[in-house]
Every structure is written in structure tokens, then in C-alpha cells.
Write a protein that binds this ligand. Structure first.
Ligand code: HEC
Ligand code: HEC
Ligand code: HEC
Ligand code: HEC
Length: 179
């Protein structure tokens, strides 16, 4: 047997053991604390909330507002060709809460035009009410923070994105006249 073949033989015998160690030794890292928290089921926010609009949300969440402001979602209503700006078939995906009592109705509802905060987080009137009590607090107590977080969805549970982005669910965007 040549030297090379011998070392190949040794390698082949040794490799299952090496593979075993390779898979085994870097033990799966313990989940980080924030991951544990993230994996907790979302609480169900109180029912019967109405839409309050992007400006109200942003008053307390300026950081998220600034990020959202640079997002295409802000323009989702503006980009509609003029004749579609009153077309119900388009508005349900290009505005926030269209067809619901307190949702977008006309172009005058600028704070619900486009994909605004509540299109992804759900209506937040009660969340606002609850948070008003400690809006000026420097630091929230754990109880206050819990109350605030439990009163709004981190993300609507009902396929929030795919509800509008049907093209990502293998369905074509509906046809329209590009003017
Ligand atoms: C009066 C102030 C106030 C208003 C108005 C307000 N929020 Fe909040 N919100 C808070 C506070 C306080 C928290 C908890 C601490 C934090 O995450 O900043 C919170 C938390 C959240 C969270 C995190 C939820 C979670 O599960 O972690 C989301 C999402 C949110 N708000 C969205 C909104 C949206 C959307 C609106 C508008 C409908 C809104 N907020 C209006 C104060 C407010
Ligand atoms: C089911 C939800 C839904 C409906 C209904 C809908 N759209 Fe859209 N539209 C979207 C989404 C989501 C996008 C972003 C691109 C994508 O994911 O397909 C978009 C993108 C667009 C764009 C930008 C396209 C581009 O090339 O940048 C225009 C313009 C548009 N839609 C017009 C309309 C018009 C007009 C109607 C009504 C006739 C309509 N949409 C109905 C969800 C919808
Ligand atoms: C296109 C959907 C979408 C829109 C529009 C949107 N958000 Fe969010 N937002 C999310 C998602 C998804 C998360 C959760 C991110 C995570 O878990 O890391 C989130 C997280 C948050 C949080 C929790 C803290 C954080 O940053 O994780 C706050 C507060 C918040 N959003 C406020 C707002 C406000 C205010 C607006 C409007 C100015 C807004 N969001 C618009 C999808 C959206
Ligand atoms: C209420 C309907 C609606 C919801 C909910 C929604 N979107 Fe959108 N999204 C749109 C529309 C309409 C556009 C097109 C806006 C434009 O082109 O100005 C868009 C644009 C986008 C774009 C930019 C696409 C591009 O061509 O650059 C991304 C990325 C995106 N959405 C991701 C998401 C994600 C992720 C979620 C869920 C967390 C989500 N969207 C929820 C309607 C929605």
C-alpha cells in the first residue's frame, strides 16, 4: 500500500469520528434572553380598538416613525394613478383600515393613507389610552411596560404581510391601467 493510500485509509476510518465531533462539540448556544422573550406567544390586545392614525402613534414612537418614513409603505396611496384613489378594490391594500368603521375613507384621511403603523400593528386607540397615563415617565415600571406591550400587536397575527403582498403567495397583482 502506498503512503498516500494508507493515510487515506486512516482518514476514512477516522472521518466518522471527526464528523461526530464536528457535529457534537460546538454545543448549540443557549438561546439569548431576547430570543426567549420573542418566542413567547403574543398576548391578545383588548378588542374594540379604533384607528388613531400615524401621527398619534408617532408622537410616542419617533424612532419607528423615522424608519417608517423612509419606507416605500409611506407612498402606497400616493402611487395610485388618480382614477384609482377612490377605488375600493385598490384601497384595501393601499391604505390602512379601509372598509372598517374607523379606517381610511377618503384622501383627506392622510394619517391612514398608505401602509401606516396600524396596517401592521392593528388599531391602537386603547393602547394609546393606556399609555397616556405614563407617557411622560422617564422610565416605565415593569408593570407599565407590560400593560403597554400587551395592548397592541407586535404584528397582526393573520398573515399581515401576505394579506397585501399576494404576489409573494404566487398570485399576480391585480391588473390596472398605468397612466
Ligand atoms: C401615549 C404614548 C403611546 C402612543 C400614542 C402609542 N404607543 Fe405604542 N407603546 C408605548 C409604550 C410606552 C410602549 C411600551 C414600551 C416600548 O416598547 O416602547 C409601547 C409599545 C408599543 C409596541 C410594542 C409591542 C410589543 O409587543 O412589544 C408597538 C408595536 C406599539 N407600541 C405600536 C404603537 C402604534 C401602532 C401606535 C398607534 C396606534 C402606538 N403604539 C401609540 C406608548 C405609546
Ligand atoms: C391584495 C392587495 C392589493 C390590491 C387589491 C391592489 N394592490 Fe397595488 N400593490 C400591492 C402591493 C403589495 C404592492 C407592492 C408590490 C408587490 O408586492 O406586488 C403594490 C404595488 C402597486 C403599484 C406600484 C407598482 C410598481 O411597479 O412599483 C401600483 C401603481 C399599484 N399597486 C396600483 C394598484 C391599483 C391601481 C390597484 C386597484 C386596481 C391595486 N394596486 C390593488 C397590493 C395590492
Ligand atoms: C409593514 C409593517 C409595519 C409598519 C407599517 C409599521 N411597523 Fe412597527 N413593527 C413591525 C414589525 C414586524 C415589528 C416587530 C419587529 C421585531 O419583532 O423585531 C414592529 C415593531 C414595532 C415596535 C416595537 C419596537 C421595535 O422597534 O421592535 C414599535 C414601537 C413599532 N413597531 C411602532 C410602529 C409605528 C409607530 C409605526 C408607524 C409610524 C410602525 N410601527 C409601522 C411592522 C410594521
Ligand atoms: C395594507 C397592505 C400592506 C401590508 C399589511 C404590508 N404591505 Fe408592504 N407594501 C404594500 C404596498 C401597497 C406597497 C407598495 C408601496 C410603493 O411602491 O410605494 C408595499 C411595499 C413593500 C415593500 C417594498 C417593495 C419594493 O418594491 O421595494 C416591502 C419590502 C414590503 N412592502 C414588505 C412588507 C412586509 C415585510 C410586510 C409585513 C410586515 C408588509 N409589507 C405589509 C402594502 C402592504
Amino acid at each position: 500500500m502506498s503512503r498516500q493510500a494508507k493515510s487515506l485509509g486512516i482518514f476514512l476510518v477516522a472521518s466518522p469520528a471527526l464528523l461526530f465531533f464536528a457535529l457534537k462539540t460546538p454545543a448549540a448556544p443557549a438561546p439569548r434572553q431576547d430570543e426567549v422573550v420573542k418566542n413567547q406567544p403574543e398576548p391578545t390586545p383588548p378588542a374594540g380598538q379604533t384607528y388613531i392614525g400615524m401621527k398619534n402613534c408617532s408622537a410616542c414612537h419617533f424612532e419607528q416613525y423615522a424608519i417608517w418614513k423612509s419606507d416605500k409603505h409611506t407612498k402606497a396611496f400616493e402611487i395610485l394613478p388618480e382614477k384609482y384613489k377612490t377605488d375600493a378594490a385598490c384601497l384595501k391594500c393601499h391604505t390602512t383600515g379601509f372598509g372598517e368603521e374607523s379606517g381610511f375613507k377618503t384622501a383627506a384621511d392622510t394619517h391612514l393613507a398608505g401602509t401606516t403603523c396600524e396596517a401592521c400593528h392593528g388599531p391602537g386607540s386603547k393602547h394609546q389610552e393606556i399609555c397616556k397615563d405614563f407617557a411622560t415617565a422617564k422610565k416605565l415600571s415593569p408593570e407599565q411596560e407590560q400593560l403597554a406591550r400587551d395592548s397592541i400587536y407586535k404584528l397582526l397575527p393573520t398573515n399581515a404581510c401576505i394579506g397585501c403582498h399576494t404576489s409573494k403567495a404566487h398570485k399576480a397583482h391585480m391588473e390596472y391601467d398605468k397612466e
